[in-house]
Design a protein. Structure first.
Length: 198
């Protein structure tokens, strides 16, 4: 089986952590800052960080439209935290002028669990046969999913504020988590994504 060549959007955020996790899964990790670096990728990761800053920097580097086009054409993509926001087709209370790449038929609320001081950790059951034990998830100024379309699969949820909030979803060749699997040493979401790129 060939080694997947997976990009990590490298304009801001948890770039090194995602690249290290991908390499630990046996993938070739490529840092992406320019449109030409999108060529010959088998998939791309949109890391956690600040979604409005990543949006502005993608536009400044001329990456926004080429990346949105590649995702729309079926390039496998995995977004964590800010990456989930970037993959949403719709946002609740978007920052003025903020754009998303789209790719998953969902409505996402930014900073849904609160501010930095409200960060927390939780053990999550994941609705996938390869996850035989819970995932320890780290939530930092995290979003959640408010609504999903018919083609979106909820992989994990958190009980919060009187309701069950989806925090990991998959649609076709797109995967998103509102937490940060790149910081815990648990590679199962990165392994799942590497399989999606093959």
């Amino acid at each position: 089986m060939t080694t997947p060549r997976i990009g990590v959007l490298a304009v801001q955020g948890d770039v090194r952590e995602h690249a290290a996790a991908l390499r630990a899964c046996g993938a070739e990790a490529v840092l992406v800052r320019r449109p030409a670096e999108l060529d010959a990728l088998d998939g791309i990761v949109l890391p956690g960080g600040e979604s409005t800053t990543i949006d502005k920097l993608m536009r400044a580097f001329g990456l926004f439209e080429p990346l949105a086009d590649r995702i729309a054409a079926g390039l496998p993509v995995f977004g964590s935290c800010a990456g989930m926001i970037l993959l949403a087709d719709r946002l609740v209370e978007a920052h003025r002028g903020q754009r998303t790449l789209g790719g998953i038929d969902m409505l996402v609320r930014r900073n849904a669990f609160g501010r930095q001081v409200d960060s927390f950790e939780a053990d999550l059951e994941v609705a996938d046969a390869r996850f035989t034990s819970p995932v320890h998830a780290v939530f930092i100024r995290a979003p959640w999913v408010e609504e999903i379309g018919a083609g979106v699969e909820v992989l994990a949820s958190v009980d919060f504020g009187g309701g069950s909030r989806p925090v990991a979803v998959r649609q076709g060749r797109a995967l998103a988590t509102s937490f940060h699997p790149e910081v815990t040493g648990d590679l199962r979401f990165h392994e799942m994504f590497a399989r999606m790129t093959r």
